[in-house]
Design a protein around this ligand. Structure first.
Ligand code: CU
Length: 143
């Protein structure tokens, strides 16, 4: 079963983590997935105040989350797994359809538009310090 947080829980999570928020996360969403499918994708824009990398992602909605890039070679779409997504200080890094994305593998259930999914993002800075950030992503139909 996918863990769906109610509005009140979302609100208190936002307040609890705001003080530690190092990376600004915006335009974040999860693509709705029909029942029976085991793979999904999540998108967001990340802006880190300092050089760091997105190194690990976790969600109760999926068994594994991978960072993927997507490229077109001879009209063939290719996805590649990245060990980390580098973030440059003050620059927007866009994860969007057709480009970088978070690949959700081994989905625990259908992802229904209108619901929400919690994610934990782990960032590593140049001094190898790891920080975690919680985000709640809305599930939307791709358009
Ligand atoms: Cu992918």
């Amino acid at each position: 079963m996918i863990k769906i947080l109610k509005f009140t829980a979302v609100f208190s999570l936002l307040i609890a983590f705001e003080a530690h928020a190092a990376v600004v996360i915006s335009d974040s969403w999860v693509r709705a997935v029909a029942p029976g499918q085991s793979v999904g994708a999540a998108y967001m824009t990340l802006k880190s105040p300092k050089d760091s990398s997105l190194v690990y992602i976790e969600t109760p909605a999926a068994g594994t989350v991978e960072i993927h890039s997507m490229t077109m070679t001879n009209n063939v779409m290719k996805m590649r797994k990245l060990e980390a997504l580098p973030l440059h200080a003050g620059k927007l890094e866009n994860l969007s359809p057709g480009g970088f994305h978070l690949m959700l593998l081994d989905l625990k259930g259908p992802l229904k538009a209108g619901s929400k999914v919690a994610f934990t993002l782990c960032f590593k800075d140049k001094a190898n310090k790891i920080t975690h950030q919680e985000v709640i992503l809305p599930i939307k139909e791709a358009n």
